[in-house]
Design a protein around this ligand. Structure first.
Ligand SMILES: [Zn+2]
Ligand SMILES: [Zn+2]
Length: 269
């Protein structure tokens, strides 16, 4: 898997974030010949450019939710505008009130945005599933899902393929002193757990109710679930490279082997 965007809330490019990266959430996961993409933050644009250089694109794009930082890269995903590409979009947090297609059309509408989704030239499909559903995109890939605690809801994912597992759990808020048993169940025994670590435990009390968690809670979760490696993700935009270095050092002390996600980083579970 490769990180194309690791930031939460808003993109924050600039000299203070060059080492960890300023783009918002986007992951590329390869399972054999299949391409899975998770979230469509600003990192999706660069992924699209690299894919377009490699010929026809066939991809499944799963959204954790439709807050702006997780979808704003979509109109700039070049493969959507090229005929012959197949892009399947899916989300699990909208039913029964809303549907993914309608929500994305609401974003790409004048005067907010000049190009409507009808300008897509690829074969684009939209799937709404119920969070908690298990998905089988084929080729032996199994994706388990679970509801997260976040304003307007969000979906956590566990991708299993070839005996390996990656969990993608953002955006979510924990309860002080109590593990979220739904997440513990989702990530149990997993190889990699990418977790919403927007804040530190010290910062968290000031941001209660914002829908995000801490890197220390990530450590407590993977330990409760017997998972292998925690990946700190969805970095707070105010956390510059030096702040992220300090978090990396503290996390390595609390749980050796913990990884802080950086833009461009490739991990193999
Ligand atoms: Zn977010
Ligand atoms: Zn969110």
């Amino acid at each position: 898997m490769k990180f194309w965007g690791v930031r939460g809330s808003i993109a924050c490019p600039g000299p203070r974030t060059v080492r960890y990266g300023g783009n918002t959430s986007c992951l590329e996961i390869r399972c054999g010949g299949r391409l899975l993409i998770f979230d469509a933050g600003t990192g999706l644009r660069d992924l699209g450019l690299s894919l377009s250089a490699d010929g026809p694109v066939d991809a499944d794009l799963y959204l954790t939710h439709t807050h702006f930082d997780h979808i704003c890269g979509l109109p700039f995903f070049a493969p959507l505008y090229a005929p012959g590409n197949n892009i399947r979009l899916a989300a699990g947090h909208l039913l029964p009130e809303k549907h993914l297609r309608d929500v994305l059309i609401e974003m790409m509408i004048a005067p907010l945005f000049p190009i409507p989704p009808s300008a897509f030239r690829a074969n684009v499909s939209f799937q709404d599933f119920a969070k908690g559903d298990a998905l089988s995109p084929g080729d032996g890939i199994v994706i388990r899902t679970a509801p997260l605690k976040h304003p307007n809801d969000a979906t956590g994912y566990r991708i299993e393929y070839g005996g390996h597992s990656i969990c993608y759990v953002t955006d979510t808020e924990h309860e002080d002193g109590r593990r979220d048993e739904t997440i513990v169940g989702l990530v149990r025994g997993a190889d990699l757990v990418i977790y919403d670590a927007t804040y530190t435990d010290d910062e968290y009390p000031a941001y209660k109710g914002y829908g995000h968690s801490t890197w220390q809670e990530g450590v407590r979760l993977v330990e409760a679930a017997g998972a292998k490696t925690l990946v700190i993700f969805h970095h707070e935009p105010s956390h510059d490279d030096d702040a992220m270095d300090a978090i990396a050092a503290a996390a390595a002390q609390m749980r050796p082997g913990t990884i802080v996600a950086r833009e461009g980083m490739v991990l193999t579970p």
